[in-house]
Write a protein that binds this ligand. Structure first.
Ligand code: TYD
Length: 213
């Protein structure tokens, strides 16, 4: 069985995390092994870096280097081995978040991010990039996302950013989606939770990923 690399993306408050349990259950019901993970994070080193990234102010290059360092460890220790075993890897955020948050949100140079992406995700033999097979992009207006986040819990470094920051991040996601239209699936995250799940099922069915049910 070929591995499947599925990522979830979107601005903070878009609601992606609330569907990961159901995705895991769906693939397990098909008899597949599922590795469920997140970025930044997914290994002891990457989780340590996550805490630094999400709690401490730092310049955008430092932040980008730490994000990609965490990603490298995560790819080598978790993602690639799981894909090689033929598993489904469900990853809450990946490199699109770096282009959206560090690139568009913080205004950091996308060309530098692309270089780091090539170093970290490039195959040694031919340079081909490790990329998700499918990216569920939870698209929600920054205003609605802010409403949903308000009072939910203590905000981290990014969650406490003003709505203008999330407008730029959302634009960054839209740009990534336009550049990789076959990989990205836009989910209208403004709909009800059930309707959002129906959109996810429809997207998976369209790619033959709903099993034989
Ligand atoms: P998030 O995925 O929303 O987790 P939680 O639901 O536990 O808050 O938090 C991760 C934060 O990290 C989010 O605000 C986006 C940010 N982030 C980046 O800035 N760059 C990245 O490359 C990644 C993966 C995440």
């Amino acid at each position: 069985m070929k591995g499947l690399f599925l990522t979830l993306e979107g601005i903070d408050g878009a609601g992606k995390s609330s569907h990961i349990d159901a995705l895991e259950a769906l693939f397990k019901a098909q008899g597949r092994q599922v590795t469920r993970t997140r970025e930044p994070g997914g290994t002891p080193i990457a989780e340590t870096l996550r805490t630094m990234i999400l709690t401490q102010p730092m310049d955008p290059l430092t932040e980008s280097l730490l994000v990609f360092a965490a990603r490298r460890d995560h790819i080598v220790r978790v993602i690639e081995p799981a894909l090689a075993r033929g598993e489904v890897v469900l990853c809450d955020r990946f490199t699109d978040a770096t282009f959206a948050y560090q690139g568009a949100g913080r205004g950091f140079d996308a060309a530098v991010l692309s270089t780091l992406e090539q170093w970290v995700q490039g195959r040694p033999d031919d340079g081909a990039l490790l990329q998700p097979d499918i990216t569920l992009w939870f698209d929600l207006s920054p205003e609605l996302a802010a409403e949903r986040l308000a009072g939910a819990r203590l905000p981290d470094k990014f969650e406490s950013q003003p709505v203008e920051f999330f407008r730029r991040v959302a634009a960054g996601y839209a740009q990534r989606a336009a550049a990789a239209a076959t990989r990205f699936v836009r989910i209208d995250a403004g709909q009800s939770r059930d309707q959002v799940w129906q959109q996810i099922e429809a997207a998976l069915a369209a790619r033959g990923l709903m099993g034989s049910r």
